[in-house]
Design a protein around this ligand. Structure first.
Ligand SMILES: [Zn+2]
Length: 180
């Protein structure tokens, strides 16, 4: 980076990383500093961390908020071979519809990043008819609009988004099962 002009988008990315998204606040606090050395050192630390934890570059890495991940996980030990193996497996999983979300997922284990494929309206209807409109948990009868589709075997245990792994739960029981 030495000698090259500071690209505004790089700078903004680095600032948002260092200040966890609070760009204005950070600029206000640091506007009297003579140069941006602190920022570049931090930026380089984040880049080396990314290269160490995720040595296999994929284009999906571009949209990832690595700064926030570094702030949270930068001081933890990771087995990069194990992580790469898991990333490959998830890249091949067609139920993972947001591939860039694999990077935050392998660190945070939060499935929301993966946008796991949801059941189609047909799958929901088939499950509803199979159950005769009854919720398998509380055994009460509901209209289909009052129910939500659920993976019988959860995705993280290998359950796929396919018709036979779909069941309709009443909203309350679905909330209980998904722990929300
Ligand atoms: Zn129920």
């Amino acid at each position: 980076m030495k000698g090259s002009p500071i690209r505004q988008d790089y700078l903004e990315t680095a600032i948002s990383w260092i200040s966890n998204g609070k760009i204005e606040e950070y600029m206000g606090k640091h506007q009297h500093k003579p140069n941006a050395n602190e920022l570049w050192l931090y930026f380089q630390k984040v880049i080396s961390w990314i290269k160490a934890v995720f040595p296999n570059y994929r284009k999906e890495m571009k949209g990832v908020d690595f700064g926030t991940l570094y702030n949270k996980f930068g001081d933890k030990e990771f087995d990069q071979k194990k992580i790469e193996k898991e990333i490959t497996k998830l890249m091949l999983d067609e139920d993972v519809t947001k591939k860039s979300g694999i990077y935050p997922y392998v660190l945070t284990r939060n499935e929301k990043y993966l946008s796991i494929r949801s059941f189609t309206d047909n799958m929901k209807r088939e499950a509803y008819e199979r159950q005769k409109g009854n919720c398998p948990k509380c055994k009460e009868h509901f209209e289909i609009e009052e129910m939500e589709a659920d993976h019988i075997k959860p995705w993280h245990e290998g359950g796929k988004t396919i018709a036979k792994n779909c069941q309709m739960l009443c909203k309350q029981d679905n909330r209980i099962k998904s722990g929300k």
